[in-house]
Design a protein around this ligand. Structure first.
Ligand SMILES: Nc1ncnc2c1ncn2[C@@H]1O[C@H](COP(=O)(O)OP(=O)(O)O)[C@@H](O)[C@H]1O
Ligand SMILES: [Mg+2]
Length: 379
C-alpha cells in the first residue's frame, strides 16, 4: 500500500496491518460509493484476476439487482454518519455463489464529518448453508413426525376396537377382562401421544383451524375438574377453584381452550406431590380473562425456564416416567393460546417452590392483524 494510503487508513481508524492480512473483503469507498481501495483479502474473496479490477467502480452496481437498493441505502446512511449491517447475496467475479455479512461504517474526516466509508464484508456462505440445512432437517423431522402420528391413528383405533370386541366376546373370563382393560389403557396413552404429535405439527404449519364460538370460560374449568378427577383423586390432590360470580363469556375455540386448561392442570398435578392443593382462578375485565394455575409442587428450575414452552423440552425426569409425556404439552398450550391472541407465562421461585402459570386471553376474538406476532417456539 502506498504511504499516503496508509496514513489515510490510519486517519480513518483502519489498522493497515489488519487491512493487509484480513481474509475479509475490506473496502474503502468514496462518499459517492465508488471503490477507492480493496484489501488483498478482498481480491481473493471476490476471485478477481487483477487487484485493481474494481477500482473506481460504483460499489452498489456490483451487486445483483435484487440487492442494489439495500446496498445503495447503506452507502447513503454511511454518508449520514450511520453504521449499517446486513446479510446479502453476491456471486464472485468467477460467479461462485456467496453470502456476505456486510458492515458499512462511516470514516471520520478532517474537513468533513465523514470522509469515506469502510466496508467489511465477511463470507458467511458456509454459515448460511448450514442454517438452511438445519431448517430443512428440522422441517423433515416435523414432516416425519406428522406422517408417523397420522399413520399410527388407524392401527390404534383398530386395536381399541379389537380390545372392546374381545371384552364383549369373553369379558366373563377374568384374564380377558384384565388384558382388554390393559390394551385399552395403553392404546389410550398412545393415542394421546400421537394426537399431541399431530397437534404440534399442525400448529407449526399453521394448520390448526379454530372453531370460534361464544362460551363461558368457567364451564371449561368445570369440564377439566370433571375430566381430571380420577388423576387428582389418585394423588389425593385438591383442586381449589375461584371463579367470578358472573359468566366469563369469551370468543374462542371452546375445545382447544379447555385442552389448554387440562394440560396446565394436568401438569400441576403431575409435578406436585400427593395431597397437595392446586389453585385455579379466573379473573376478568372487559378486555381480557386471566387464568391462573398455581401448584405447590416441584417448581421449575431456572435453566428450564427459557425453554419451558419449547417442543420436547422437559425438566428432570419424574420418578414415574409413565405419568409424564414427551414434552409437547406446553408447546401446544402456547401455540393454542397465541392463536387466540393471548399470552402465557410461567413463574416459579425454583425447586420445590411450586409453579404458577398465567394465561391471558382477549375476550373478543382478535383478527389476524390485531394479534401480537406469535413467537417462534414452534418454528
Ligand atoms: N406445573 C409444573 N410444575 C413443575 N414443572 C412443570 C410444570 N409444568 C411443566 N413443568 C415442566 O415442564 C416440562 C414440559 O412440560 P410439558 O410441555 O407439559 O411436557 P411433559 O409434561 O410432557 O413433560 C415438564 O417436563 C416439567 O419438567
Ligand atoms: Mg405436560
Amino acid at each position: 500500500l502506498p504511504i499516503d494510503s496508509q496514513s489515510e487508513l490510519r486517519q480513518g481508524t483502519v489498522d493497515p496491518q489488519l487491512y493487509e492480512s484480513s481474509p475479509d473483503c475490506i473496502k474503502i469507498l468514496r462518499l459517492d460509493g465508488t471503490i477507492k481501495h480493496l484489501s488483498p483479502g478482498g481480491h481473493v474473496a471476490l476471485e478477481l484476476d487483477r487487484p485493481d479490477q474494481l477500482d473506481d467502480l460504483s460499489w452498489p452496481s456490483l451487486w445483483p439487482g435484487s440487492e442494489q437498493a439495500r446496498v445503495a441505502q447503506a452507502v447513503e446512511e454511511g454518508r449520514d454518519g450511520k453504521r449499517t449491517q446486513f446479510l446479502a447475496f453476491c456471486p464472485t467475479a468467477k460467479n461462485t455463489p456467496r453470502w456476505w455479512d456486510v458492515v458499512v461504517t462511516p470514516m471520520p474526516g478532517v474537513e468533513t464529518a465523514v470522509s469515506g466509508l469502510l466496508v467489511v464484508s465477511r463470507d458467511v456462505t458456509e454459515l448460511v448453508r448450514a442454517r438452511e440445512g438445519l431448517a430443512q432437517a428440522n422441517a423433515r423431522k416435523d414432516e416425519f413426525l406428522a406422517v408417523l402420528s397420522h399413520e399410527l391413528r388407524n392401527p390404534l383405533s383398530a386395536l381399541a376396537m379389537a380390545a372392546k370386541v374381545l371384552e364383549t366376546l369373553h369379558g366373563e373370563l377374568p384374564q380377558v377382562a384384565k388384558l382388554s382393560e390393559l390394551i385399552h389403557r395403553q392404546v389410550g396413552h398412545m393415542s394421546r401421544l400421537t394426537e399431541d404429535l399431530l397437534d404440534v405439527a399442525r400448529i407449526a404449519r399453521g394448520e390448526v383451524h379454530l372453531r370460534v364460538e361464544e362460551f363461558d370460560l368457567r364451564d371449561s374449568v368445570g369440564a377439566i375438574a370433571e375430566q381430571l378427577k380420577p388423576a387428582l383423586t389418585a394423588k389425593n390432590q385438591r383442586l381449589r377453584i375461584a371463579l367470578p360470580a358472573n359468566p366469563v363469556v369469551l370468543r374462542g375455540d371452546r375445545t382447544r381452550l379447555t385442552q389448554v386448561l387440562g394440560n396446565l392442570v394436568g401438569n400441576a398435578s403431575r409435578y406436585s406431590s400427593p395431597a397437595s392443593a392446586i389453585d385455579v382462578a379466573i379473573e376478568a375485565d372487559d378486555e381480557v380473562a386471566t387464568i391462573r394455575i398455581v401448584d405447590h409442587g416441584q417448581g421449575i428450575a431456572p435453566d428450564l425456564m427459557p425453554v419451558l414452552f419449547d417442543m420436547y423440552s422437559q425438566g428432570q425426569a419424574t420418578p414415574d416416567r409413565r405419568a409424564s409425556g414427551v414434552g409437547l404439552g406446553l408447546a401446544i398450550v402456547k401455540g393454542l393460546v397465541e392463536l387466540h391472541g393471548g399470552t402465557i407465562r410461567a413463574e416459579s421461585a425454583g425447586a420445590d417452590q411450586g409453579s404458577t402459570f398465567i394465561v391471558v386471553l382477549p375476550r373478543r376474538f382478535l383478527t389476524g392483524d390485531e394479534r401480537p406476532a406469535a413467537s417462534s417456539v414452534l418454528a
